[in-house]
Every structure is written in C-alpha cells, then in structure tokens.
Ligand binder design. Structure first.
Ligand code: THG
Length: 369
C-alpha cells in the first residue's frame, strides 16, 4: 500500500520561499501554524550530516510573529510569561514559556523586543494570537495585535557566519547569541538575530514583506556555492540530540514549564503580572512530579514517533516518549520523554512500547549536544 498524500489548499499556507524550497527538491513537509514546513530534502540522515559540517538555509516562515504595538505592549508581554522581562532591552531575544491561568504551557516562543512599545512573539505551533488578543481585550489594554507579513529564514551550521558575512557584511560576525540588529540588503533594512532551532550555530533573518523573500533566498545560495550551502530544515535527529523541545509533541497545555525543564526560563516570584503566576508559585513550591528527560532506546533504528510511546518499569506506566530518532553520531536511538519522579534519575532502566515492540530504554544524565 502506498502512503496517503497530504492534500494542499489555500488553508495550508505557502511561504515567500516556497518556490525556492520546491526548486531545491523538498521531499517532505509537515504542517505548522497552518503553514508548510519542510522536514526533509535529501534524507534526514544526509541532511543531518550536512547541517553539522556546512551551512543550510531553512524556510521557517511557519514561526509566525504575533506583533504587539502600543503603550501597553510591555505590560501585556509580561502578563503572558513567568520569565521576568524587566532586564530585557531592545535588541534582545528571550526564549519565553507562555502559560495560561493554570500554569499550563500555551506556547514556547522567542520574544523579540524591537522597542519598548513594539514586540514580536515568534511562535511555536499553537494559535497564540487568539489568546493574546483575548487577554488584551479583556484587560482593556492600549495595544494593537496582529500577525504581520514577517517570515523567518534561518541560516544554520558551522559556516553560517561566513555565508552571512558575504551577504550582509562582516559586522554580522560581532552579533551576540540571542541579540538582533538591523542590516542592509539591497537598500532594505533587515532584522537579523543570532538564534535558531539547532545547536550548530547560526542566524534568523526576519524577512519583512513577502516580496523580499526570494531575493534574499537567491542571494544566499549565490554567495554560498563554494561552501556547499544547501536548502535544509529543522532536523529531526539534531534537535533531539540538542534537547530542543517541540510544542504539541514534547509538551502541551497539560504541562507546566517546570515539567518541561523550562524552570530556568521562569522567575515566577518577580514576574509580577504574569497570568499564571499564582498557579506556578504553587507548583514550583511542590516541584514537578514528572519532567522532560533525555532517553536512549536500545536496538535498531526506531521508526518516526507519530504518537506517544509508553514507558514502563516492569508493568507500571512511568512516562512516555514523544520524539525519537536514530543518531548516527552517538550510535543509539535518542529520544525526548516525560518521566515520573520515581523513575527519572539518570541511569534508570525502563521498557518502552515502540508501536507494539518492546525495547530497553535508559534515562540519560543530559541531552547529547
Ligand atoms: N526561532 C524563532 N522562533 C521559533 C523557534 C525558533 N518559534 C517556534 C519554535 N522555534 C519555538 N521553540 C524554541 C525552542 C528552543 C529555542 C528556541 C525556540 C532555543 N533554545 C535554546 C536552548 O534551549 O538551548 C536557547 C535558549 C536560551 O538560552 O535562551 O533556541 O527556533 N525565531
């Protein structure tokens, strides 16, 4: 039987770079924020090796921006997250858990502070715009909220600095991690941050205006021919090795930031105004009873993880794996799971049900990258 296809229509949005992605031979997509997100070009393993040795250009337009504009923009931003934003200056990016009134995770975006009264929330895969608009309306805040025509294009890999310097000038080498600045591209101002959904280093270009998309895409490929630049995408192996979480897969609104291992991005005591603050103060005092862990799975390469794989200690359910892949560099299956407190210590040996197949799984002391 051949695999079913995914039918595309206008509801499944193309991006400003879709023509380039298709010309580069994209072999698979997922849907993210109702937009196309490539998942594979050559093979996931070949893409992985290339990402770790060269440089790739990723169409991550699906990381949509929720823009906050107006006198109450900063106040609203702090209502959304338990991370204390008082020390954040314009030019900085913060990875911020977004929580509801129960402390449940609604999204795990990157907040971009453009100015005191202007922010972008670079969202993961959930309809955060609706929550933000609802909060602003309910509290009668003086702020405008919309999804602007901004599409991130990531440049990731060890040669990212070299490629970006060729297109945007040598000064981009001085940009610090999770900072952004404005650079010139053919007379247009472009916001570029040193960030991205890999641990290989690189940048994210926030392309403002769809018509600027293909010119920037084409310029990057023209400039990087001799350094093996390729079209790529967030890599399913590398991001698990790195422990980069995927909202909707590794956590949902049923999880607190502490369960997700995002306690280091929470300052719940000082994040005055955060909607989930009281709920989080309660759970932070007790501590979570389950938490995200790196997990190895023994045996042959596992299939793609398209559903929860239950974790057991003998016959007792103690957690679940939600992302997994064969790691060529580490010679084992790497995975991200949520494990109950009684069994989350490093070295704990568990069993996992991989689509009906019983395998050995081990809780790891840390992620691999
Ligand atoms: N970049 C931008 N927007 C995004 C993502 C991105 N939106 C969707 C999704 N990715 C949001 N999720 C993440 C998850 C992890 C990180 C960024 C966004 C990340 N984490 C680093 C880490 O955990 O090591 C660094 C965090 C830090 O030190 O502040 O980068 O990738 N624009």
């Amino acid at each position: 039987m051949t695999a079913p296809i995914l039918s595309c229509s206008r509801r499944l949005r193309r991006t400003p770079f879709s023509d380039g992605v298709e010309a580069a031979g994209v072999k698979g997509y997922t849907v993210y924020n109702r937009m196309l997100l490539p998942t594979v070009f050559d093979s996931i393993e070949a893409d992985y090796h290339h990402l770790k040795h060269h440089v790739q250009v990723w169409d991550v337009s699906c990381e949509r921006q929720v823009e906050l504009r107006g006198p109450d923009a900063g106040r609203l931003m702090q209502m959304l997250t338990p991370r204390d934003l008082r020390g954040m200056t314009a030019g900085q990016c913060f990875y911020v858990p977004i929580v509801d009134e129960t402390g449940g995770m609604l999204n795990d975006p990157v907040a971009v502070k453009l100015a005191e009264d202007r922010w972008w929330i670079s969202i993961a895969d959930s309809d955060l715009l609706l929550w933000v608009k609802g909060v602003a309306h309910g509290y009668r805040l003086d702020v405008l909220i919309d999804e602007p025509d901004v599409s991130p294009l990531a440049v990731q890999g060890p040669k990212a600095d070299e490629l970006m310097a060729r297109v945007f000038g040598d000064s981009i080498r001085d940009l610090r991690f999770f900072r952004f600045s404005v650079y010139d591209f053919e007379g247009c101002d472009v916001v570029i941050a040193r960030s991205g959904y890999s641990k290989q280093g690189g940048f994210e270009i926030y392309v403002q205006g769809s018509e600027l998309g293909m010119p920037i895409w084409t310029a990057l490929f023209a400039a990087g021919e001799d350094i093996q630049v390729r079209a790529g995408c967030p890599n399913g192996i590398e991001r698990v090795e790195a422990g980069l979480l995927s909202y909707g897969n590794d956590m949902t609104a049923h999880n607190t930031p502490h369960e997700c291992g995002l306690g280091r991005f929470c300052n719940t005591h000082t994040a005055i105004g955060c909607i989930g603050r009281d709920a989080l103060l309660r759970v932070a005092k007790e501590g979570p009873v389950q938490q995200i862990r790196a997990i190895s799975i023994a045996g042959d390469p596992v299939p793609g993880c398209d559903r929860v794989w239950p974790l057991y200690a003998r016959d007792m359910r103690v957690g679940q794996v939600t992302s997994a892949a064969w790691s060529p560099d580490f010679g084992t299956n790497v995975a991200i799971g949520m494990v109950r407190m009684t069994h989350w210590d490093a070295g704990t040996e568990l069993r996992i049900d991989v689509r009906g197949e019983d395998r050995a799984a081990t809780v790891q002391p840390a992620f691999w990258l």
